[in-house]
Design a protein around this ligand. Structure first.
Ligand code: NAD
Length: 282
């Protein structure tokens, strides 16, 4: 099925980025927010990022205007009825997502693809809230969505090959590098990266290493493009702790649990770049 019109549910950090990817790739896109104010805030975020692209010469003023012209805003899920693909990027709460999918299932055509950007919930559990779980898949973007190329295309228990292939093809058309995987906790990248980053933080205390030295070790000894402490600061300590707790809850492996040091940083408000202070000062 050809995807012409895209819906994005939630224009927060991820949803605004995903909507930007969509409009920049030429798709008419309907952004749904819970209030007009939040919708406008989402549009402003997109406009600001696109304007930065114009300043840096990555796109022209005309392309910015055309991209913004493809975005419409609504507070009504019913206005997503004509969409061929809907990507949900609302709060990470199972009940909320199940309610949204039950409603999306009612308002969209039965052949439209419904995708969730969940990081840690089960795509199959969300899909169960619909009458057509075969058209539900995961599309896990990485933050910032307009910048990071990877999209994990997650096959739920009942996802059809057609739905997985359509989501994959759309991601490629939108300039992304999609990868298919099953609906397992943490999918691919988080399943590997979260325990690995937690190990790095534990080694700081076990081996008496300063964050700068840890980052020097991993960039120079393991060829990482960025050190683990700088990476956690970029992700956000709170986001990382939350993801660790979710994976620990599902897999029970102690390496997934957030290290004490990160929990203390979160309690102290040292959240990384976004708070001006984490392992480093910003
Ligand atoms: N932030 C990340 O690094 C990241 C990366 C990949 C995936 N995700 C996933 O993306 C999703 C969104 O995360 P985010 O970081 O953009 O969060 P966010 O807090 O920035 O945005 C949450 C969105 O949910 C909306 N919302 C709140 N209450 C709602 C309700 N009752 N009904 C419908 N929408 C409601 C908000 O208006 C907002 O648009 C989550 O599932 C998260 O796990 C996040």
């Amino acid at each position: 099925m050809e995807i012409r019109k895209v819906g994005v549910v939630g224009l927060g950090t991820m949803g605004a980025g995903i909507a930007q990817v969509s409009v920049q790739s030429g798709f008419d896109t309907v952004g749904r927010e819970v209030s007009d104010e939040l919708g406008e805030r989402g549009r402003t975020t997109i406009e600001r990022y696109l304007a930065r692209g114009v300043e840096k010469g990555r796109l022209s003023e005309g392309e910015l205007e055309a991209a913004l012209g493809r975005l419409t805003l609504t507070t009504d899920l019913g206005e997503l009825a004509e969409c061929d693909l809907v990507i949900e990027a609302a709060l990470e709460e199972l009940e909320l997502k199940r309610e949204l999918f039950a409603e999306l299932d009612r308002v969209t055509r039965p052949d439209a693809i419904l995708a969730t950007n969940t990081s840690a919930l089960s795509v199959s559990d969300i899909a169960e809230a619909t009458k057509h779980p075969e058209r539900v898949v995961g599309m896990h973007f990485f933050n910032p969505a307009p910048v990071l190329p990877l999209v994990e295309i997650v096959r739920g228990r009942e996802s059809s090959d057609g739905a997985v292939d359509a989501a994959y093809a759309w991601a490629e058309q939108a300039g992304k590098r999609p990868v298919r995987c099953n609906d397992t906790p943490g999918f691919i990248v988080n399943r590997i990266l979260i325990p690995l980053l937690n190990d790095c933080v534990r080694v700081l205390d076990e081996a008496g290493v300063a964050p700068e030295e840890m980052d020097k070790a991993m960039t120079n000894g393991a060829g990482w493009p960025m050190g683990p402490c700088a990476l956690i600061d970029l992700i956000g300590v709170d986001v990382h702790v939350h993801a660790s707790e979710a994976l620990h809850g599902k897999l029970g492996d102690e390496r997934m649990a957030a290290p004490e040091r990160l929990v203390r940083m979160q309690q102290d408000g040292a959240l990384g770049r976004k708070s001006g202070r984490g392992f480093y000062e910003y």
